[in-house]
Design a protein around this ligand. Sequence first.
Ligand code: SAM
Length: 326
Amino acid sequence: MESARLDDGIRSTDGFAAHARVSAVRLGYIQDPFVSLFVPRARNLPTHAPLINIGTYVRTTSIDQLVESFLTAGSPEVKRQIVSVGAGSDTRFWRLSTGPLQNAVARYVELDFPEITTKKAMSIRKSTQLSSVLGSDVKVVKGGTGITSAVYHLLPVDLRQSVEMTLEPLVASETPILSPDLPTLFLAECVLVYMTPESSASIMSFFSRTFKNAFGIIYEMFSLGDSFGRVMRDNLRVRNVELPGAEAFPNLDSIRNRFLSAGYTAAEALPLSVIRREYVSGTETQRIAKLELVDEYEELELVLAHYALAWGSKLEDSLSPDLEAE
Ligand code: SAM
């Protein structure tokens, strides 16, 4: 009973993330024509406070930049693979597939709990705008909990189970979805914090040992042991959300090290507060400053200082992605 309540809590975080995107899109922080197609009654949801919208802006655009850098570094002849673990209602596949890099991706795999993938599969089937992007060879699989097509694959898994059950079938089944020879990105956007460090380490190691060229992006809360971090944790606890993965990563070094000890050869980590100040262009900073009146910059800094964007690679030199400072 207790574990069912906690798993419901974890799954409910997808609603928070999707709502945050709806709010940021409505106010013009980010553009995403697909977000509302995954969120029932999106129009009726209230907008968030500026602090949350700015956080969503920095998170989304910096991850976009890293993904784009991964897709464009090295030869355009070599296609890439992306695996989004705990993808929730993320729309990145649709945004990429309708943008200038649509031909760069050979496979895009999304994994989440069956309760979440079932809802996502239903939204895709209901919307021509979403399903038309998948092409003609679309199949509903695993009793309606998954979808496969030429490029896009949505599959139900509990990522806390062993990688032999969850990730290895992607490369080792009779008809593998992923090729070990293609450069492969795993994206864990606000996901690993909900599982133990042991579970997340085995997911990260799977990618570095399986693919000749592996790149990983993690976005996560960290440094939750200080007084503000404890408030953030308590706020989640009242919504039944526990963070078993938070203790082990008190600072940026510990986040970098989780990549290095999982077989990656280079790693970087930055707090969102630094990314907002040093990596968002002047034009963009001016544009978003006009969207809403912000009188809570101190609190904004404090919140953003508790979220980290980290990336790690085991790649040939020619393939090295990076975030570009202003
Ligand atoms: N990555 C998406 C985004 O940024 O919009 C969703 C983030 S949401 C905060 C966390 C997601 O991770 C939820 O959809 C949740 O169901 C999923 N998740 C957490 N633990 C998981 C697990 N053990 N197995 C599968 N999915 C998991």
